[in-house]
Ligand binder design. Structure first.
Ligand code: ATP
Ligand code: MG
Length: 138
């Protein structure tokens, strides 16, 4: 079990002015920020990031949305980081997310669901490396 995960605050949550609220919830849940940047994905970069979903019907919509505005990308550290962070963000579809989760509070739909969280230790490493060099981690 690794102690790091990767997250993005997605364009919908940035547009709604919820960067601060979401970072507050992440801090309150005990995650330490190891790396962070405010950036924007091109459609091509978003497509690369979500490559595993290439064959899914929502892939076009997803890459368009993820490149529609700036995001906040971050590497987070905590014991059991991947599983605990998935618990904090809640179900992919906010209608099914538990009370008190980030998606329940701030997500509007299954497509525009406020935050990303890695689904495995392996993907947490791949996704963190996609955005950050070794010199950008503290
Ligand atoms: P993420 O990887 O962003 O943390 P997730 O792991 O909860 O989300 P995935 O199955 O990996 O969910 O889907 C990746 C993203 O694709 C979702 O967060 C959502 O933005 C989008 N997505 C998933 N299912 C649908 C759908 N049925 N319709 C539209 N968009 C979807
Ligand atoms: Mg996922």
């Amino acid at each position: 079990m690794s102690n790091r995960t990767f997250t993005m605050i997605k364009p919908d949550a940035v547009r709604a002015g919820n960067i601060g609220n979401i970072l507050q919830m992440i801090n309150a849940a005990g995650f330490k920020i190891i790396a962070m940047k405010y950036t924007k994905l091109s459609t091509e970069k978003a497509g690369q990031f979500y490559e595993v979903h290439k064959e899914r019907p929502f892939y076009g919509e997803l890459t368009e949305f993820m490149s529609s505005g700036p995001i906040v990308a971050a590497i987070l550290e905590k014991d059991n980081a991947v599983a605990d962070f998935r618990k904090l963000i809640g179900a992919t579809n906010p209608a099914q997310a538990e009370e008190g989760t980030i998606r329940k509070k701030y997500a509007a739909s299954i497509g525009e669901n406020a935050v990303h969280g890695s689904d495995s230790d392996e993907n947490a490493k791949i996704e963190g490396d996609f955005f950050f060099s070794g010199l950008e981690r503290f």
